[in-house]
Write a new protein. Structure first.
Length: 144
């Protein structure tokens, strides 16, 4: 029920990790995610450690879900000399095309321990249902 929109995003993510470049608003880095079905909902979990909830933006336009976040460097005193900096900073973004069978009006978002979790219910019209069969009313007569 989820469709990837850009097959080259994973390659961009790998290149950014190897080159050590940070994402910008014009070219954000990709954030890792998991997506799975849990009963009558789809769940998408994004890794965003060190990002405050105020720095996360979630939008849905038609069937396009967009999640953007920004991790800024921690304020340091002038006397601090950085010895090692491996944690990625900058802007992170992910766009996911959602299927028409998902109810985008009732998305729930939770943020705990650096993981943003979205629960998207499956629309009622997309759920399996039984079709009843009417009993035969008997043979039909054909008039000539």
């Amino acid at each position: 029920m989820l469709m990837r929109t850009d097959p080259f995003r994973e390659m961009d993510r790998i290149v950014q990790q190897l080159s050590g470049t940070s994402g910008t608003w014009s070219k954000p880095s990709v954030m890792p995610m998991d997506a799975y079905r849990d009963g009558d909902a789809y769940v998408i979990a994004f890794d965003l450690p060190g990002v405050s909830t105020e720095a996360i933006d979630i939008d849905v336009e038609r069937n396009m879900l967009t999640v953007k976040a920004e991790r800024r460097p921690a304020a340091k005193a002038d006397s601090v000399k950085m010895e090692l900096s491996e944690r990625p900073l900058g802007v992170f973004s992910r766009q996911i095309m959602l299927a028409d069978t998902l109810d985008t009006e009732h998305i729930e978002a939770d943020y705990d321990a650096g993981v943003l979790t979205l629960r998207i219910p499956i629309a009622e019209r997309a759920k399996p249902r039984k079709i009843s069969i009417r009993a035969d009313a008997g043979p039909k007569q054909i008039s000539a």
